[in-house]
Design a protein around this ligand. Structure first.
Ligand code: ATP
Ligand code: MG
Length: 219
């Protein structure tokens, strides 16, 4: 449990889920700002195993995505990696992941960090209302996605559960993994979009050179 997990002491933990194919500065800035603004002890990055919303053939092997997260967070003592989702067979549901963390840290207060695009879909997530009873959700701003109308978009949500969602403005980082994968395939630079170590890993491993990563399934 570590020294923060003493009985009776609430430990505030951020959980950052994602495909991380690859991890980039948009993820890292969001996690770091949420950590600071919410006074979190740490932020745990949780690469998704088999993302329920993305067909399997479009996502890189979990081992690569995990390796890139590890490289990207190495210099931040408040960032951690969890392989709980990649080790769990079948599709990964955030609600199961958060439930597992609550078991591991009974005194934990959990903040699930999600971007403006992802939070708008939250009602379609598996057991969404149960998830909101297990943790708070931090919706970070993301260029190209509006959060102003979030309450209307989540109109189906009970007022009590709506209060579990908080919008957090973070420095705008107009980077996506999709754009990085496209750039690699087209031979354009990805330097300064993600940590140098992750760039080097992508080159060494020859990731994202195939067309399949544009979102076109293999035939
Ligand atoms: P892809 O293009 O493959 O969907 P992505 O860049 O959206 O990749 P994900 O792994 O899908 O990255 O995102 C994980 C989480 O991080 C999501 O909640 C997403 O909204 C958030 N996120 C990703 N990029 C940014 C960004 N640039 N700014 C803020 N939040 C982001
Ligand atoms: Mg995404």
């Amino acid at each position: 449990l570590g020294k923060m997990g003493c009985v009776g002491t609430a430990v505030r933990i951020g959980l950052m889920g994602g495909t991380f194919d690859p991890i980039h500065y948009g993820h890292l800035v969001a996690a770091e700002d949420a950590r600071y603004e919410l006074g979190l002890e740490k932020v745990v990055f949780i690469p998704a195993g088999q993302p329920p919303h993305k067909p399997k053939e479009l996502v890189s092997e979990a081992a690569h995505r995990v390796a890139m997260v590890r490289l990207a967070i190495a210099t931040n003592p408040c960032f951690e990696l969890s392989t709980v989702e990649v080790e769990r067979p079948g599709p990964s549901y955030t609600v199961d992941t958060v439930a597992a963390f609550r078991k591991q840290y009974p005194a934990g207060e959990f903040y699930f960090i999600t971007g403006a695009d992802a939070v708008a879909e939250i009602l379609s997530w598996h057991r969404a209302e149960e998830l909101l009873t297990l943790c708070r959700v931090v919706a970070v701003t993301r260029p190209g996605y509006v959060l102003d109308n979030l309450r209307e978009r989540l109109a189906g949500l009970d007022a009590y559960l709506w209060r579990k969602i908080r919008v957090l403005p973070v420095p705008g980082v107009a980077i996506s993994s999709t754009a990085i994968r496209e750039r690699v395939r087209e031979g354009r630079p990805i330097r300064y979009l993600l940590p140098d170590q992750v760039e080097a890993y992508i080159k060494e491993q020859g990731l994202y050179r195939l067309r399949v990563h544009r979102g076109i399934p293999r035939d």
